[in-house]
Design a protein around this ligand. Sequence first.
Ligand code: DGL
Length: 268
Amino acid sequence: MSLSGHHILVFDSGVGGLSVVSEIRARQPNAFLSYVADDIFRPYGNKTEAQLQSRLPGLLATCVKMLDPAAVVIACNTASTTALPPIRAQLNIPVIGVVPAIKPAAEKSLTNAIGVLGTPGTVRRAYVDSLIADFASECHVLLQGSTRLVAEAEKKLAGEGVDMRVIREEIAPLFAGRIGADVDAVVLACTHFPLLRDELQASVTQTVKWIDSGAAIARRLDDVLSDIPKRILPTHEQTAFLIGPETDAIRAKAFSNYGFMRTVGLQP
Ligand code: DGL
């Protein structure tokens, strides 16, 4: 029997988009998702704007041609803050990007001292500066970029242990000095980082709200899909396509925990 619904493509440089997948599945338990991880080009956080702007529109166009989804979720802050307009220009379906949760963090902070923990690329982007100017102008904002945390999240989902020393070292600048001591809200401005929420929480002594954008993207996706007619869904299992060689069984198991029962390696 063929089912109808919406087929959505979720894209990230690696496993980070799975933190967004959780939120999408919580709102839409019957959603049919495909996932693409650009493993071979990860981490995005240390790539230049020009590199991402030249790679991503063509890559997403190829994925959309291959999978024919109704909409694309760019579940990656680095890609969203760098290349959303050129990606949208290449595709004729809705593209939903991630907006770092600076506004909710500023609203929730009682001390008006917030941190933004993203990739080095994201925390340098003009888009983040304008979010801060628009929504957190009353706050002290400490920015911290990390690619080592991206690697720790990948390790965690590949079944390897997380190095807590790395977690502590990478977030220490957010809690240093007089302003750092006041920080009570931290924006998780990289989709890999909610996967490390327990480890982040265990690495600080002060009370901190860790705020990500996953639920907001899932809500936005609901709105977008409400205007799109349902279609017959693919009959194969929901699949994670991994660009590159990292398709071992443990990583495949991690994807299956998020509803992707099949993992397929794609050669770049
Ligand atoms: N998960 C991504 C993000 O939200 C990218 C991490 C990376 O590849 O550096 O920024």
